[in-house]
Write a protein that binds this ligand. Sequence first.
Ligand SMILES: Nc1ncnc2c1ncn2[C@@H]1O[C@H](COP(=O)(O)OP(=O)(O)OP(=O)(O)O)[C@@H](O)[C@H]1O
Length: 553
Amino acid sequence: MMDCDLTENLAIHLTRRAEQQPYTAAVIFPEGRDRDGHVSYTHLTYQQLEQQSNRIACALSQYGVRCGDRTVLMVKPSLNFFSLTFALFKLGAIPVLIDPGMGVKNIKQCLEEVQPDVFIGIDKAHVARLLLGWGKNSLRLSITTGVSLRSTVPTLRTLVQRVAEAAPFTAHQPQNNETAAILFTSGSTGPPKGAIYTHTNFNAQIAALKQLYAIEPGEIDLCTFPLFALFAPALGMTAVIPDMDATRPAQVNPQRIFEAIDNFGVTNMFGSPALLRRVAQQGLLQHKQLPTLNRVISAGAPVPATVLEQFTSMMAPEAKIYTPYGATESLPVCSIDSTTLLGETRYLSDQGKGTCVGQAIIDVQIIAIDDEPIEHWTEDLTVADGVIGEICVRGPQVTSGYFNREQSNKRSKIFVEDGSFYHRMGDVGYRDDQGRIWFCGRKDHRVEHNGETLFSIPCEAVFNTHGDVFRTALVGLGSRPNQRAVLCVELNPGIGKERHDSIRQQLRDIQNNYPHTQAIDTILFHPRFPVDIRHNAKIFREKLAVWAAKEVS
Ligand SMILES: Nc1ncnc2c1ncn2[C@@H]1O[C@H](COP(=O)(O)OP(=O)(O)OP(=O)(O)O)[C@@H](O)[C@H]1O
């Protein structure tokens, strides 16, 4: 299944591909457009990517970047992004990947936490770094991928020019549990946390994706989610970089996605639910067909059934959308496809049974809800099938901790006698009688009222079936266990305030049909929910609760 030992340096996948398929394109980048709007591309073959990353690894090493250096990488998806990341892995330096979309305040906090040694970025990232003092107490070296801003910040180009083109580089062989990278979570429930990845975590992730989705070398991947793009070379796929702002998937121009798929006969696409929604809506309007696309993988948040329906209508009948469930700390945990979601589980989701995320790929246990740290694993922590509890996972792709966050580590890991551990996902859900897992929302988003617990996804789903509703969010006012349950509603665009009263009444009628929504006290209309930038789908319920409290006071 896997052509490497799990503990090997992740960059070994690239080296092997370069031996096996030297002239196959590894990465293709939309470099420019002619006056008629035709796109022109630049690319690197596997052999060129291998050589380029060796050359960069030599250049960085000569400049003083060392194995173990935490290296912030703020480079847009580009040929350089791929060669630089593989160069860092080969060197044993630790790439720190922070989503620029998380906002300057969060970035500053992430950098303070991570204490980076090296900063490599585009000019804009360096300007922000200098203005905002990012990493000023810890940075030893800075390198720009653009033009030099200061004599103390050399360009990557000058460093690389000092090294021979085909300079060899022997990849660092990681020790057990050595950190390979630090990846930050989205921060939808508090500040973003830096998950520590080992090479084993990455290799296990790659093996799981390969097996689960039967990904074959030679496939062509359009990756609209930068981090996943790095998996393409490891899986033997050609990575086509889309012409879009990767930090704003919900604002993507669908024509640019169609263009890339048609130009290369793309077979696989990674995309956030927000991107799929926008592309599917446009595709429907122009009756677009995407016959080459066999598989779409959409992670990070639930994909609404209407989006699945609209998107699959553009694909060949046997093609599927897969929605793996997981998190920055552990992916994939479960997986389900659009045929099962639309044909079998959608009806139950609309009835408030949660979102089916499919069969577990790794060891998944459901434990009784508890907000406190749990140090040791015991079997009696688990609940019976059908009972909603916290989802806990164990396996080689599960990261063992967060960087510099003792409290979060205590709250999220449970140690087992044999030396292994469970990661607490911070999500709630249950296992059905077929062994499938149903996701019911975030643990922190549950609302407690008079001894009853309301879970976000099961409550919201029944209201989301209303034709005028775009999305809803359950929030709790006050503190547990006696909260006032409020349903915030965002309507489809163009619906005027004069319709609010009648729609509220219709939502009350829906509420009356379900025992699990009875405790909802108030329904409020909000013009536009605050959501995360990365997925453009995760509703910031904490912010909404503050707004709702003001509205009802
Ligand atoms: N297929 C899916 N269906 C429903 N929800 C999903 C799915 N995949 C992921 N999620 C949600 O996304 C979460 C993981 O997201 P991510 O790692 O980006 O960080 P976050 O949890 O949003 O941020 P933070 O942990 O900082 O609050 C999961 O815990 C789950 O709540």
